[in-house]
Design a protein around this ligand. Structure first.
Ligand SMILES: [Zn+2]
Length: 369
């Protein structure tokens, strides 16, 4: 295998040309294109504190900053994140896809504060939220995560994960070969590119594990940073390892990937009923809440409502096909993106749509919904 060990943006774009179609669509919208409600409150600073192209950092409240990725300019961060700064300490959120992403966020924090960093928190185990951990580790920053995050990182990205990844790639190559039509073939190609993105990211990183495991039974955990508090909560749904960070004094919530704003959600590891329950909970938050999603732009409650309607649509279409006796493999391909979600990026069909349909079928079979 002659895959480059060090990934440049160029090689990444080349290796993800198909996936790229979805990712380009997710490019950063200017602030004035954000939900009018969010922009009109004046809470989001128009001028970024720092802009590296692949991500920019904006002040979104006193002592609260959001790091928003721009995938049209690179994949160093890939996910969103941010940080919270008090008079005594700071808390970084997300390890991103690479040490370069984590380093950008840390350097930007240092522009506004010299306070010691209490921790960097991974909202869940996925590669685009954890592979930059090694940078934080090198700075002597403790890494906090849900107790399931470290074991899942080892299982999925550790030295023993190679054979499983190879099997998944071989299966996907088989699907490209045996596709019944061009749409299926294109989707399978996109799936392979997404798998390559994951394995290339892992191979070009030193995988570093969180060193403080947060047990859900001991959450919520309130972290006093000096004049500002961060509250860490567990809401498993997107993966078994999801955490969110609330900043009640500023009405801000960092959701991790429980919120994909204006995207189709990645559902491979999802517990859909747990996820939908979490979104229902979020929809009851204060109506002025500003959400920093795992992917997509900053938003208010309307972002939560939109993702809930994406799930409703996936469930409705799955239900109709289930009742019509359509086999699950066929249903996974037959799901039709409705007009209102047409512009939503899909990371890969078999990371987003396929597993969602299969999971709904499973729920219908076991009578869970
Ligand atoms: Zn994720």
């Amino acid at each position: 295998m002659d895959r480059p060990k060090t990934m440049t943006r160029r090689s990444f774009l080349e290796s993800t040309s198909c996936l790229g179609a979805a990712l380009w669509a997710a490019r950063l919208f200017p602030v004035n294109a954000m939900a009018a409600e969010v922009a009109s409150t004046g809470r989001v600073s128009l001028q970024p504190l720092a802009d590296k192209g692949f991500a920019s950092v904006r002040k979104i409240g006193d002592g609260v900053y959001a790091t928003i990725s721009d995938l049209s300019k690179g994949f160093e961060t890939l996910s969103n994140g941010g940080f919270i700064v008090g008079t005594d300490a700071a808390l970084l959120i997300e390890g991103f896809r690479s040490p370069a992403g984590a380093s950008f966020q840390f350097d930007t924090l240092r522009q506004v504060s010299k306070a010691p960093v209490r921790a960097a928190l991974d909202t869940h185990y996925h590669f685009d939220h954890t592979l930059g951990n090694a940078y934080y580790g090198g700075q002597g920053i403790p890494i906090w995560a849900h107790e399931k995050t470290a074991p899942l990182i080892v299982e999925r990205y550790g030295p023993g994960a190679g054979p499983e990844m190879a099997k998944m790639k071989a299966g996907t190559e088989g699907r490209i070969r045996d596709a019944k039509n061009e749409t299926e073939r294109e989707r399978a190609k996109g799936d392979l590119k997404a798998l390559n993105m994951v394995s290339d990211s892992v191979e070009s990183s030193v995988v570093a594990l969180p060193n403080r495991a947060l047990e859900p039974s001991k959450l919520p955990l309130t972290v006093d940073l000096g004049g500002i508090e961060a509250v860490i909560e567990s809401h498993p749904g997107h993966t078994p390892s999801d955490l969110i960070v609330r900043v009640p004094q500023r009405n801000v919530v960092f959701t991790g990937d429980l919120l994909f704003n204006g995207w189709y959600p990645a559902t491979t590891d999802a517990n859909l009923s747990g996820w939908r329950k979490a979104l229902e909970t979020f929809s009851g938050f204060d109506k002025e809440t500003l959400f920093v999603p795992g992917h997509g732009q900053l938003c208010g409650l309307e972002g939560i409502a939109t993702l809930r309607s994406v799930f409703d649509d996936l469930a409705d279409q799955a239900s109709k096909m289930y009742k019509a006796g359509i086999p699950v493999e066929e249903a996974q391909q037959r799901y039709a993106v409705p007009e209102r979600f047409k512009g939503f990026p899909i990371f890969a069909w078999s990371f987003c749509i396929g597993p969602a349909i299969a999971k709904f079928y499973e729920e219908f079979k076991t009578g869970k919904s």
